[in-house]
Design a protein around this ligand. Structure first.
Ligand code: ZN
Length: 133
C-alpha cells in the first residue's frame, strides 16, 4: 500500500458542504462526479498533496445513506493508493481481511476501487484505489 490517496466524508447536502469546505480550505472543489452504481454524488478538494472526497447519497438504499442514518455525517473512509489492486486484494485476503469487492470496480476520479469490510479493520472502512491508465 502506498500513501493515503484521499479521505472520504459523508455529507447530507453536497451543495451546502461544498460551500462549507470551500470556506474552510480557501479553495473550491475541483470536480463533481456522480457514481451511479454506488448511488453517490461526490466532490473533490485538493489541499497541497492531500485530497478530500465529499459523498452525498443519491439513493436512499446506498451505503452512504445507510451510514448517515446510523452514524450521522462525518469521516466515512480512508483510501490508500495501490499499484496493483488485484495483487493487493489477494494479499489482504490471505491475511484474513474481509474484502467487500473481490473484483475491483470503477470508482470516482478515474480509479479502480475495492473496499475492506470495517468489521475486519477495527471499524475503519478502507478503500484501495488504483489509477486507471
Ligand atoms: Zn473514496
Amino acid at each position: 500500500m502506498n500513501k493515503i490517496e484521499h479521505i472520504g466524508i459523508a455529507v447530507k447536502n453536497l451543495e451546502q458542504s461544498n460551500t462549507l469546505f470551500a470556506a474552510l480550505f480557501g479553495e473550491k472543489h475541483y470536480k463533481i462526479e456522480t457514481v451511479e452504481s454506488e448511488g453517490v454524488k461526490t466532490s473533490f478538494f485538493k489541499q497541497g498533496p492531500n485530497k478530500i472526497e465529499l459523498l452525498e447519497a443519491t439513493d436512499p438504499n446506498s451505503s452512504i445513506a445507510k451510514f448517515i442514518e446510523k452514524k450521522g455525517e462525518g469521516i466515512h473512509h480512508i483510501a490508500f493508493a495501490v499499484d496493483n489492486i488485484v495483487e493487493e486484494i489477494s494479499r489482504l485476503k490471505k491475511e484474513g481481511f474481509t474484502i467487500i469487492n473481490e473484483t475491483p470496480k470503477k470508482g470516482a476520479d478515474n480509479k479502480l476501487v475495492a473496499f475492506l469490510h470495517p468489521k475486519s479493520t477495527n471499524g475503519v472502512l478502507i478503500e484501495l484505489c488504483q489509477d486507471i491508465k
